[in-house]
Write a protein that binds this ligand. Sequence first.
Ligand code: SAH
Length: 191
Amino acid sequence: MSWTCHGSNNTTMVAALKRAGLDAPQPLGYGATISAPHMHAVCLELLARQLRPGARVLDVGSGSGYLTLVFAHLAARGPGAVVVGVEHISELVASSLAAARGVPWAAAMLVDGSLQLLQGDGHAGYPAAAPFDAIHVGAAAAAVPPALMAQLAPGGRLVVPVGPEGGPQQLVVVDRDERGRLSSRVEMGVM
Ligand code: SAH
């Protein structure tokens, strides 16, 4: 979307998005879309308690890498932070890596391993860096992927759209309490 709507910093980018009325999914290429800005905001709010300094975060379907870098920005301010984005389209992984390398603090996180942008099937999660305090899924799943629930830390939260691709979906929130018990609820309908 940077070529249709950009700013020299975050404030001017947000102002440009508002002016253009572009609060809708935008094509990323390769058949993928970046979520509408308001959907990113909804997911960030749902994960606000988990996205503390030092958090361990998994972003499934990291696409452009934009939301993964927002997670990294929030988590990075504490020791032990690990933020992993998993995307199955290799060209998008490459372009997200190139974009992240252009942001000095993110480039430093890539070098020290606290930020990782990887190619793979994200519905399998990323056991090597589990458990996670926050798991965000941008890629709709037919059901809540069991591997992702298994990789949720006590006190952790998983946010995942469930339903057919391109059809009506439900944004499901799964919480693991401090005793390890799982509970889930539907937050809202999404597309
Ligand atoms: N939040 C992202 C956009 C998410 S769109 C951003 O900020 O750009 C959903 C992404 O999930 C797409 O890029 C799509 O290619 C990817 N995807 C779909 N199924 C996947 C899977 N099983 N594993 C990993 N990525 C997947």
